[in-house]
Design a protein around this ligand. Structure first.
Ligand SMILES: [Zn+2]
Length: 97
C-alpha cells in the first residue's frame, strides 16, 4: 500500500487516520476483493452509528453482513453521500468488532 508515492495528487486525505489501523483489527485479515492492496476494516458512521466494512486503500464499502469476497461497486463517497464531499473521513471512525 505504498505505491501511491510519486502521485501526490492522488494521495488520500486519510493517511493520518489509517496509520492508526493495524492488521490485528482487520476483519479476519481479509484482503480487499477490489484492489487487493489492504485489509478490510470495520468502520462506523459517527452521524448515524451505522457500521460498514471499508478498505482504506481504495475506499470500497461493504454493508455489514455483505459478502466481502465479492468486488464492490459502492465507494465511500457514494455510501456517505455527504453534505460536504471530501469530508467522509471526518465522520467515520474505526469500530470495535
Ligand atoms: Zn481496496
Amino acid at each position: 500500500m505504498t505505491d501511491s508515492y510519486g502521485k501526490p495528487h492522488e494521495a488520500p486525505p486519510n493517511e493520518k487516520r489509517i496509520s492508526s489501523l493495524s492488521p490485528e483489527t482487520a476483519i479476519h485479515k481479509m484482503t480487499c476483493a477490489h484492489c487487493q492492496q489492504d485489509w478490510i476494516y470495520l468502520f462506523r458512521r459517527m452521524d448515524t452509528g451505522e457500521r460498514f466494512h471499508l478498505c482504506p486503500e481504495c475506499e470500497s464499502v461493504w454493508l455489514e453482513g455483505g459478502d466481502l469476497r465479492l468486488d464492490t461497486d459502492v465507494y465511500l463517497s457514494e455510501f456517505m453521500s455527504p453534505a460536504d464531499p471530501g469530508r467522509e473521513w471526518e465522520v467515520i471512525e474505526p469500530a470495535d468488532q
